[in-house]
Design a protein around this ligand. Structure first.
Ligand code: 9L3
Ligand code: MG
Length: 128
């Protein structure tokens, strides 16, 4: 699984999940599962095109990875929009957040639990 930290100076794109029920309504870094033989970078470019409607340049990975299940790891890669305007093709909504908003969403329990591990690194990227 690969998720995208879509960053612009001072802001990060979050996406609100529609399913499964335990995380419906919570906010995540958008992404999905790599297909057999697909690199994480290619999987992220495909998922962000499908889910958000943008083409991205993929950058460095976040340091932490998350075990979604015993047999399924999720990593996050930084990404920058090259073309397109983000649109929620599969999510309930999209939202750009700054560092203060991201921290507030973490504190309020509005992030998908698996994604909370990335918040410290994302806050460092976003700056004050
Ligand atoms: N998931 C958690 N955090 C994320 C992503 C992209 C996915 N940032 C979890 C939620 C779902 C599962 O992984 O239960 C499958 O995600 P998807 O393929 O439906 O996006
Ligand atoms: Mg997805």
């Amino acid at each position: 699984m690969v998720a995208g930290a879509v960053l612009e100076p001072g802001r990060l794109l979050l996406a609100q999940r529609r399913y499964p029920p335990e995380v419906a309504g919570k906010w995540e870094l958008p992404g999905g599962k790599a297909e057999p033989g697909e690199s994480p970078e290619a999987a992220l470019r495909r998922e962000l095109a499908e889910e958000i409607g943008v083409s991205v340049t993929v950058g460095a990975a976040l340091r932490e990875s998350v075990a979604l299940r015993d047999d399924l790891m999720m990593i996050a890669l930084r990404a920058r929009i090259e073309a397109g305007v983000p649109h929620p093709a599969e999510h309930e909504a999209l939202q750009w957040v700054d560092a203060a908003q991201l921290r507030a969403m973490l504190d309020a329990g509005r992030l998908v639990p698996a994604d909370t591990v990335w918040v410290p690194e994302l806050l460092a990227d976003l700056g004050p």
